[in-house]
Design a protein around this ligand. Structure first.
Ligand code: ADP
Ligand code: MG
Length: 256
């Protein structure tokens, strides 16, 4: 049965999508069966996996509204070696339309449960907001992965996310935990990065993943080729880091 993880942080541009796509590809390289769930109307994870978001037969939108199931909406990312529940801007409408539906926070959880036996991991790329879509992600997941840049404002806003996760844990999803904080776009030459990174370890202890993702231009270039960095340039430092992060996650789920 799949373990389900949300990649969440309500800030934009912090590396959620890059992490979701490359962790999916890294896990696939380790022979894990992975479904990437694109829960962001921007559809960046869909495109980054090499899927054309303009020509989708069905998407996360239909799945949330109950007019398609995961088995019919999923598509294969040949570039990444994993399956994708794709999204495009239509998904923004679900935010409003779900309000009238019963069990509106649990739509994604119920839909993913039907496909759980097909996968080892499901990875959900959340939008940059604490919205009904993100709430659906948090209700569906066993754990949250929080990507963070090691900069001065890194911790700002983290308490809002942590409080939301606590509330979901208390009221909607008792399985939910923070699996860890992932340091991304790390620049070891910057003293500030080193300092913030050390502070994170001090405050959060083993909630900080061992793997650190460096700033690496190959990771940023890969989406324009419709490929995850991990398969676009497997020997690059960024790809190697995400493969190592995949191995760290495989180890973690054995303890869950
Ligand atoms: P989010 O999904 O949180 O909005 P993205 O994953 O889209 O964030 O990343 C924001 C930008 O930073 C993108 O242009 C992406 O290519 C770039 N980026 C993310 N991680 C790295 C990295 N480790 N090294 C270099 N660029 C990165
Ligand atoms: Mg994104």
């Amino acid at each position: 049965m799949a373990k389900i993880f949300c990649v969440a942080n309500q800030k934009g541009g912090v590396g959620k999508t890059t992490t979701t796509v490359n962790l999916a590809a890294g896990l696939a390289k380790l022979n894990q069966r992975v479904l990437l769930v694109d829960l962001d109307p921007q559809g960046n994870a869909t495109m980054g996996a090499g899927i054309n978001k303009a020509t989708l037969q069905a998407s996360t939108y239909e799945v949330l509204l109950g007019s398609a199931d995961v088995a019919t909406a999923r598509v294969r990312s040949e570039a990444g070696g994993f399956d994708v529940l794709p999204a495009n801007r239509e998904l923004a409408g679900a935010e409003v339309e779900m309000v009238q539906l019963e069990n509106r926070e649990r739509r994604l959880r119920d839909a993913l449960a039907l496909a759980a036996k097909d996968y080892d991991f499901m990875l959900i790329d959340c939008p940059p907001a604490l919205s009904m879509l993100t709430l659906n992600g948090l209700c569906a997941a066993h754990g949250v992965i929080i990507p963070m840049q090691c900069e001065y404002y890194a911790l700002e806003g983290l308490s809002d996310l942590v409080n939301t996760i606590k509330k979901v844990h208390a009221n909607l999803n008792p399985d939910l935990k923070i699996i860890g904080l992932l340091r991304v776009m790390f620049d070891p030459r910057m003293t500030l990065s080193q300092q913030v990174s050390a502070q994170l370890e001090q405050h959060f202890g083993d909630k900080v993943f061992k793997t650190i993702i460096p700033r690496n231009v190959r990771l940023a270039e890969a989406p324009s080729y419709g490929m995850p960095g991990v398969t676009f340039d497997p020997t690059s430092k960024g790809a190697q880091a995400y493969i190592a992060f995949g191995a760290e996650m495989v180890k973690r789920i054995k303890k869950m």
